[in-house]
Design a binder for this molecule. Structure first.
Ligand code: URA
Length: 433
């Protein structure tokens, strides 16, 4: 079989066979097929799509490209959650400890930053020493001991996604429904949890632009999950503006800690409570979402959720002192306020542009080899719906280099104002159970 035939087949809009998909994944993982050919195929898939059968074969080939966790040694239902990616989306860092504090067992396989969106692994690694690669035994031992563990794809677990994810990130092939669905579901299935909650985002800062596209992606992933016998549910949520106020790795860790201390931003807290309540029902730890919400709120007020984050950090080699005192997390050299030059209500805050601006500060990667600067990012003071007066602070920029005029110009372009108070679309658009 020639790999160039696969590229031609897809370029012409035809379906790949099961044998071709296996040849691709095996050859890429074993290093026989070079990046440039795989990126050409991903681009062809981006334009031509894949049918349901091809998606199922690709997901299966990726899933079995490495080891699959058997979590039967962990008692109770094991829960996992995944977001399709957004700006300021630090949900897992607060949500996983909250659910674990309520008795949930979180066996989580996460990803790194992708395009303009951040990734849980990069955020966790902003904590000095935090290790995201754990062996199978250690992963199971940790979930048994503290109720949660967080790992990444590796050469052992879903190596196909590790390679494809990094390649897609720098080849303009992230926002493709079949590639997103198979990337997420191969990881979720390999991590071995019994229940999966998908947070499928739509809007300017998400890979899916409309609720309809997000729902289409959600349905494909739910079908994949169910095919493998998993209780798979989804939330469709708004990502037209960033989630919470912080964008950037260490800044997002700080916001997750603040949330577990009881003073998180309203939208972020709401997302964690909604996702957590679905997960607790899936885990059969609450009879309904109302009861689950009360349990999650209590995990914050009692300090149990914060204690879980500390335990997670301790077990994975992170510096727990940074959780107790977030000022010890990486700090940027300059913190620059950006003042409003216009007044009115913020009618739109473009998440995509803010994600790209954070990347330009060094918070994300442009090439596979780029190193992330954990300290840099943006903390928003005004979001969609906020009233703004001239001279008020719109945001603080945390940077290790002086800000260029072009950066500042683009920052102002991320805000749109109008005189009347705008109607803001709801954060949670739909829950598919
Ligand atoms: N998250 C993933 O794990 N993969 C994608 O392709 C997009 C978001």
């Amino acid at each position: 079989m020639q790999f160039s035939d696969l590229i031609d087949t897809k370029k012409q809009g035809k379906a790949l066979s099961e044998a071709q998909i296996h040849f691709w994944i095996e050859g890429y993982v074993k290093g026989w097929i070079p990046d440039y050919q795989v990126s050409a195929l991903c681009m062809a898939i981006y334009f031509q799509g894949m049918n349901k059968q091809e998606i199922a074969w690709l997901c299966e080939a990726m899933l079995y490209s490495g080891e699959v966790m058997d979590l039967t040694e962990i008692a109770g239902k094991k829960a996992d959650k995944h977001s399709t990616g957004g700006v300021g989306d630090k949900t897992s860092l607060a949500l996983a400890p909250m659910v674990a504090a309520c008795g949930g067992k979180i066996a989580k396989m996460s990803g790194r930053g992708l395009g303009h969106t951040g990734g849980t692994l990069d955020k966790a690694e902003a904590i000095s020493g935090f290790q995201v690669s754990l062996g199978k035994e250690r992963f199971i031992q940790q979930v048994n001991a503290i109720g949660l563990a967080l790992i990444g794809q590796s050469k052992h677990f879903v190596p196909a996604d590790q390679l494809l994810y990094a390649l897609r990130d720098v080849s303009g092939t992230v926002d493709s429904l079949p590639l997103i669905a198979t990337s997420i579901m191969s990881k979720k299935l390999a991590a071995g949890a019994d229940t999966i909650l998908l947070d499928v985002k739509y809007g300017s800062g998400a890979f899916m632009h409309t609720p309809k596209q997000a729902k289409e992606l959600a349905m494909v992933m739910i079908e994949l999950g169910k095919h493998f016998g998993k209780d798979t549910r989804a939330m469709i949520t708004d990502m037209n503006q960033p989630l919470g106020n912080a964008i950037g790795n260490a800044l997002e860790v700080k916001e997750a800690i603040a949330t577990l201390q009881g003073h998180g931003p309203k939208d972020f807290v709401e997302l964690c409570l909604c996702a957590g309540s679905i997960m607790l029902v899936q885990s059969e730890l609450a009879k309904d979402r109302t009861q689950a919400r009360a349990m999650l709120q209590d995990s914050i007020t009692s300090g149990k959720a914060l204690a879980k984050l500390k335990a997670l950090c301790e077990w994975q080699g992170g510096d727990v002192k940074q959780i107790a005192d977030p000022s010890l997390l990486p700090q940027a050299e300059y913190v620059i306020p950006i003042l409003a030059k216009q007044e009115g209500y913020v009618s739109m805050l473009h998440a995509l542009r803010l994600g790209q601006l954070a990347m330009r500060l060094g918070a994300g990667r442009n090439t596979k080899e780029d190193r992330i600067d954990s300290a840099v990012g943006i903390v928003l003071h005004k979001k969609a719906g906020s009233q703004v007066h001239i001279g008020e602070s719109l945001a603080y920029v945390h940077t290790n280099r002086p800000l260029e005029d072009a950066w500042l110009h683009d920052f102002y372009e991320a805000y749109e104002f109008r005189k009347e108070k705008p109607t803001i679309s709801p954060l949670i658009y739909e829950i598919i159970e």
